[in-house]
Design a protein around this ligand. Structure first.
Ligand SMILES: [Zn+2]
Length: 82
């Protein structure tokens, strides 16, 4: 699974699969995990993508998530306790 990260400061985007958090290559600030996953992201038009990036750019940094979710581990942990 690929994840999309957006830099709220300079609007750079990056796709990663293994990293859980990362810093922007352009401005070194922490990048926010986009709520869309890679498959949803590539289906957006460039205009919709720009809109999403602007949304993150204007958002309150305290409300952004800088860690990507780990659904596999969450499920695994839940099953463990069931
Ligand atoms: Zn940046």
């Amino acid at each position: 699974m690929m994840y999309v990260f957006i830099c709220p400061k300079c609007k750079a985007t990056r796709m990663v699969s293994l990293l859980r958090k990362l810093d922007c290559q352009c401005c070194s600030s922490p990048m926010a995990n986009c709520e869309l996953d890679y498959m949803e992201w590539i289906n957006l038009t460039p205009k919709q993508r720009q809109k999403m990036i602007d949304l993150y750019h204007n958002a309150d940094p305290a409300k952004l998530c800088f860690l990507r979710p780990m659904p596999f581990y969450d499920r695994w942990e839940r099953n463990y306790y069931m």
